[in-house]
Design a protein around this ligand. Structure first.
Ligand SMILES: [Zn+2]
Length: 86
């Protein structure tokens, strides 16, 4: 599994939308890639937090995922991986 897929895979894993083979691949990646392991942990904690809050009960899962991605971008202040000019 590639690093860029880890965030999406974490969402799928939490939603139980992942087949066992992919899940094993995902877990193996987290074990050998500390940055992804950290990112995955952050995603999980944010998602669980949002799901417990009233604010997200009416939000579409996709919106929720976007919000988590946004928070993650702020949390991980590493070098920018994309050079988009807005
Ligand atoms: Zn990785």
């Amino acid at each position: 599994m590639e690093c860029k897929r880890i965030i999406e895979a974490t969402f799928q894993s939490l939603d139980n939308e992942m087949d066992p083979e992919t899940h094993a691949d995902f877990e193996a990646h987290l074990e050998r890639c500390p940055p992804c392991s950290e990112r995955s942990r952050i995603v999980i904690s944010y998602l669980l937090m949002f799901r417990r809050s009233d604010a997200c009960r009416c939000a579409a899962p996709r919106d929720l995922h976007e919000r988590v991605r946004e928070l993650l971008r702020r949390h991980c202040s590493g070098p920018p991986s994309t050079s988009q000019s807005s």
